[in-house]
Design a protein around this ligand. Structure first.
Ligand SMILES: Nc1ncnc2c1ncn2[C@@H]1O[C@H](COP(=O)(O)OP(=O)(O)O)[C@@H](O)[C@H]1O
Ligand SMILES: [Mg+2]
Length: 291
């Protein structure tokens, strides 16, 4: 591991070869997450590359990305493990026909269905799996509390089986769009990094990497336009993902550069609220750079 990820700079270069652009802060945070290892909480607006950071890290380490997408109401059965009831029932029937089964054997490893967190802990190594706990802010607060043990100790406790310890502690990346504040106790167990919108140069680099076939003036113009749009009082300011989508659409239409009418026609790639579209459709569209 130390030869694969010797320092933040080398990590940044390798991620860049895989198409993921970092800055010194993010590269250092990812480096520490891998090498300490300590769970890393990435916060930022939608589309700034939080999920992609975990994907790129897994690609770099050449290990599986094990992803847990959070949602309202998610619980341990979806995140950790579940007892396989149909199989347990079959086990009971079989045992009845054969003259009996001890209750314990119904709660053995054979009857367990593993979910992402458990899969990450049981990843055989030698390299750690990357466990992405995506959009943790969508889950309920109780679910956060449920993660504490795994985050702090890389273990989980199953009442019927006891404590299960990770063979190789996974690299854990949590992401949040900050739709609500997370528990201090969760933050205490994690490294924290806020991913900001990229500056213009970095935005251009990212879009070029994702859409290499697009004309350079178009990429620069769209990256500039997105930066300008973000200054307007929009309901949903566009992120990097929207810039990439916009360039894809313009490229598909064979455009080398946007003018007022083609910018208007392709606005659906970047603004997803009717009110936002109306706000920017002002005469002159001063947010659209010439080239
Ligand atoms: N730093 C970056 N380097 C490369 N691609 C990026 C970067 N940031 C964002 N992207 C691209 O933007 C899109 C949205 O990124 P994503 O990780 O899904 O955002 P988030 O999870 O923060 O909402 C993806 O297509 C991703 O590849
Ligand atoms: Mg995401």
């Amino acid at each position: 591991m130390s030869s694969l990820v010797p320092n933040p700079l080398a990590l940044a270069e390798q991620l860049s070869e895989l198409g993921y652009v970092t800055d010194a802060g993010l590269a250092t945070a990812l480096f520490c997450a891998v090498r300490l290892p300590q769970p890393l909480l990435l916060e930022g607006e939608a589309g700034v590359g939080k999920t992609q950071a975990a994907k790129a890290l897994a690609a770099l380490l050449k290990v599986p990305l094990i992803r847990l997408q959070c949602f309202e109401g998610i619980d341990a059965a979806e995140a950790l493990y579940e007892w396989n009831y149909p199989r347990q029932l079959l086990g009971i029937r079989l045992a009845e026909s054969q003259g009996g089964l001890s209750e314990n054997s119904l709660f053995s490893r054979d009857y367990l269905i593993t979910r992402p967190i458990m899969q990450a802990l049981e990843h055989p190594g030698p390299m750690p799996a990357v466990l992405l706990i995506d959009e943790i802010d969508r889950a309920d607060e109780e679910f956060e509390a449920f993660l504490f043990e795994m985050l702090a100790e890389s273990t989980v406790t199953i009442p019927e089986l006891g404590t299960i310890r990770a063979l190789v502690p996974p690299v854990v990346i949590l992401t949040s769009n900050r739709s609500r504040d997370l528990h201090d106790a969760l933050k205490r167990r994690c490294l924290y990094h806020w991913i900001d919108y990229p500056d213009l140069d970095r935005a251009i680099r990212i879009v070029r990497m994702r859409v290499p076939e697009a004309p350079e003036p178009l990429v620069a113009q769209i990256a500039g336009a997105v930066e300008h749009l973000r200054l307007l009082p929009l309901q949903k300011p566009p992120g990097v993902a929207e810039a990439i989508d916009w360039v894809h659409a313009a490229e598909l239409l064979g455009l080398n550069i946007l003018n007022e009418s083609t910018a208007q026609a392709t606005l659906g790639s970047v603004l997803k609220y009717r009110e936002d579209q109306e706000l920017v459709r002002t005469p002159g569209m001063s947010w659209l750079p010439d080239a």
